[in-house]
Design a protein around this ligand. Structure first.
Ligand code: FES
Length: 152
């Protein structure tokens, strides 16, 4: 059986019919065309799938699409405004905050969520509060640099 799911994805109203077991991650990648959101572990351990739901960061592999009916979703594709990169995207470039780039969409969405939360006051806070986003290349210092640069 399929269920209707209405989402506002990166400013666009979309409607889908999905089985109850489809994750938000799979809906975004396979049905909505938002392949910027990455599937790393598919079990909540790597953070590659992080997106924003009503401005709050979430591991999209850990939530069912039907549970997010009516919500506003922002993926990495929705961060830039036209040709203008989001300040965090610009800072990631300036700080060389990626190597292979696989974790970057999740890192960016997590960092935007972190800033929305307003909890991080220091570099240590950034490292701690983004510890759910794994980077296999070890770009953690540069990622923290980029986030701090935008926070300052
Ligand atoms: Fe969701 Fe790894 S794919 S946390």
């Amino acid at each position: 059986q399929q269920y209707p799911v209405r989402l506002r994805i990166n400013g666009q109203d979309r409607e889908f019919n999905v089985e109850s077991w489809v994750t938000l991650l799979d809906l975004l990648r396979e049905r909505a065309g938002m392949t910027g959101t990455k599937k790393g572990c598919d079990q909540g351990q790597c953070g590659a799938c992080t997106v924003l739901v009503d401005g709050k960061r979430i591991n999209s592999c850990l939530t069912l699409a039907v549970m997010q009916d009516g919500k506003e979703i922002t993926t990495v594709e929705g961060l830039a405004k036209g040709e203008d990169l989001h300040p965090l995207q610009q800072a990631f470039i300036e700080c060389d905050a990626f190597q292979c780039g696989y974790c970057t969409p999740g890192q960016l969405c997590s960092a935007v969520g972190l800033m929305n939360e307003g909890q991080a006051q220091s570099r240590d806070d950034v490292r701690e509060l983004m510890s759910g986003n794994i980077c296999r290349c070890g770009a953690y210092p540069q990622i923290a640099d980029a986030v701090i640069q935008v926070m300052d």
